[in-house]
Design a protein around this ligand. Structure first.
Ligand code: F1P
Length: 347
């Protein structure tokens, strides 16, 4: 029996808070025996492809903010093909992120890393019985985040939450861990509260272009929201650091542009000024923020979570996944099977 258009994607998006809770428990269980190994002070390199490359960008920004240890995110293909410029020059910890655990570039990146540095590495994935885990010294498996759909939704957010928890454990920041325990409930609440807004904006066919803005650890998340919109709905979709948008890309802003701002606390005033300026240029503006105070926007998704911006960042994704899902459905596309895409890129 063929599934209804997008049924897997919708189910995976709307249940992801359960996968977050299960993933947080998995971190406690699985990491307990190798936490001292993880805490050895060394630079951390996150790597992945597509969605998991963008996850690596966000996770690296959070890791450095949370632990004070230098961290960066690099596409797997860069580590594999350009190790001289992409690999660290001294001993490091590689964290290879892959939903499937069998993407060729990520497996090649790990092989290159092992051959060149003999460094330590950790796999973060959703499937235990795949090549990545088979060769990993240590692995964190978010089994409950497995997906039928090609486009990553709950797998992405669950693996991202895993990296937030690992960073908090390495830093010994118990308050962060306490906050993360409440994130599934906040995710469920905000998705229920704003699903109708996401659907209304998605079905508004005046929008011809989507721009996602984020800074700090929100930049990687803005890139992921951009990719969801592109993969699921085939809509023109771009992502930028907030302040970068003025330096040229804003030339595309027009009445058919929806600007989506993933707001931080750290740079809120500067970010709010960018949104107000783009609204004056004719864009429609959607802000995702802890509160709407002082924001000039057409629509605001307020989290009112009381959480630190690092823990709160993941809450932006479910509603932006729904924006992409409903946009695809409104165009008669099947979000479960994005055009030209497979769940795993094997070379
Ligand atoms: C990486 C990836 C996905 C993309 C598509 C193809 O997969 O590029 O990010 O959305 O599904 O594969 P993985 O290494 O995280 O399994």
């Amino acid at each position: 029996m063929t599934s209804l258009l997008g049924s897997h994607t919708y189910q995976e998006i709307t249940t992801q808070h359960h996968a977050w809770a299960a993933s947080l428990s998995a971190v406690k269980e699985q990491a307990a025996s190798w936490l001292d190994w993880l805490r050895k002070p060394r630079e951390v390199i996150f790597t992945g492809c597509g969605s998991t490359h963008y996850l690596s960008l966000a996770a690296a920004a959070n890791w450095q903010s949370t632990t004070g240890i230098r961290a960066r995110g690099v596409p797997s293909s860069e580590l594999w093909l350009f190790p001289d410029s992409a690999l660290p020059t001294q001993s490091a910890l590689l964290i290879a992120v892959s939903r499937s655990g069998e993407t060729t570039e990520t497996l090649r990146a790990v092989e290159t890393y092992e051959a060149r540095t003999q460094g330590d590495w950790l796999a973060v994935t959703c499937y235990a019985d795949r090549p990545l885990v088979a060769r990993a010294p240590h692995a964190l498996v978010a089994q409950q985040a497995e997906e039928q759909s090609v486009a990553q939704t709950r797998s992405f957010t669950s693996m991202f939450v895993v990296t937030l928890a690992l960073a908090a454990l390495v830093a010994g920041r118990d308050e962060d861990l306490i906050q993360l325990q409440t994130v599934p409930e906040h995710g469920k609440r905000s998705m229920a509260e704003y699903e109708s807004l996401a659907r209304a904006l998605a079905e508004h066919h005046r929008f011809e272009r989507f721009v996602f803005l984020g800074s700090g650890q929100n930049y990687g998340l803005a890139c992921e929201a951009m990719l969801k919109m592109k993969e699921m709905s085939l809509s023109p979709s771009e992502a930028f650091h907030f302040m970068e948008f003025r330096h040229g890309p804003k030339s595309v802003v027009a009445p058919g542009t929806l600007i989506v701002g993933l707001m931080s606390d750290t740079a809120r005033a500067q970010e709010a000024a960018v949104l107000a300026e783009m609204r004056d240029l004719g864009a429609t503006v959607l802000a995702l923020a802890e509160s709407s105070d002082g924001l000039t926007a057409d629509h605001v998704i307020e989290f009112k979570s009381g959480l630190d911006e690092r823990a709160r960042s993941v809450l932006a994704l479910p509603v932006l996944q729904l924006l992409a899902y409903y946009r695809a459905m409104s165009k008669g596309l099947d979000p479960d099977r994005p055009t030209h895409l497979d769940a795993v890129v094997r070379l």
